[in-house]
Write a protein that binds this ligand. Structure first.
Ligand SMILES: C[S@@+](CC[C@H](N)C(=O)[O-])C[C@H]1O[C@@H](n2cnc3c(N)ncnc32)[C@H](O)[C@@H]1O
Length: 233
């Protein structure tokens, strides 16, 4: 009798090439523009060999697929923090509610199953560590320097400030702080991400780099580097 093959089915990560999988990203639900995603990818590729990266707000995995693909190229790690119960504007009855993210058994939103599928399809299970928790809970005992922090969680002032306050101190010198959904004008969108962007810029710790659409890019000055406007005695 012919024996059954012991060779397992190919896992998705054996098939995927190393670049971000554009087709998978296109069919993944989310709130990230392609140009912004590619900037995330390029910066992560540049910096993630310095240490692990962390995102706050993964939703169904769109941003994770860009960040994760770059971490995978550098054998780095991406911590992906999200409680997966959705932000205020994603709840039933709100403007960004998607019925497919609602779990009838739990009686609430749950984006984790879709997020997990994106990780599997993207071949990122050996690169991305999902942290199913509120940002402030995940940060409570955090002690690892990070090469990059991407903030795309709750968009109230309290939520954005909490994310900033919880994680900014963990960015290593030479690392990046990236903030999504920055609208300089309140008619275009909520002002909380812009508020924390301005806090970071005013701290003197970051070099403010050109934005890509609504993506703010700040680079933590390496030790021994100074702002151009540092007073000279
Ligand atoms: C705008 S979506 C993120 C979009 C995602 N980055 C993308 O590329 O599509 C915001 C996410 O932040 C999560 N979130 C909101 N407040 C949070 C908190 N305090 N801690 C952890 N996650 C939070 C929500 O569950 C939601 O999935």
């Amino acid at each position: 009798m012919k024996s059954k093959s012991l060779i397992p089915n190919k896992r998705p990560d054996e098939n995927s090439n190393k670049r971000p999988d554009e087709k998978l990203i296109d069919r993944t639900k989310g709130f990230l523009d392609k140009e912004e995603g590619l900037r995330l990818y390029q910066i992560t590729l540049e910096v993630s060999s310095l240490g692990p990266c962390l995102e706050i707000g993964s939703y169904c995995g769109k941003s994770t697929l860009y960040l994760g693909a770059a971490c995978r190229e550098n054998n780095s790690t991406l911590f992906a923090v999200d409680h997966h119960s959705g932000s205020e504007e994603q709840q039933p009855g709100e403007g960004y509610f998607d019925p497919e993210t609602y779990d009838i058994r739990q009686g609430r939103m749950d984006t984790y199953p879709l997020f997990r599928k994106a990780l599997i399809d993207g071949g990122l299970e050996d690169t991305v560590v999902p942290i199913l928790a509120k940002s402030e809970v995940a940060a409570r005992h955090w002690a690892t320097p990070l090469s990059l922090v991407f903030i795309d969680g709750g968009h109230t002032f309290k939520a954005a400030y909490t994310d900033y306050n919880s994680w900014v101190g963990h960015i290593a010198p030479g690392g990046y702080l990236l903030i999504h959904d920055i609208f300089k004008n309140s008619e275009e969108g909520g002002q909380a991400p812009h508020y924390i962007y301005k806090l970071a810029a005013a701290s003197g710790l970051f070099q403010v780099l050109p934005m890509t659409k609504t993506l703010g890019v700040l680079k933590r000055r390496p030790c021994g580097e100074f702002p151009d406007d540092l007073p000279v005695i």
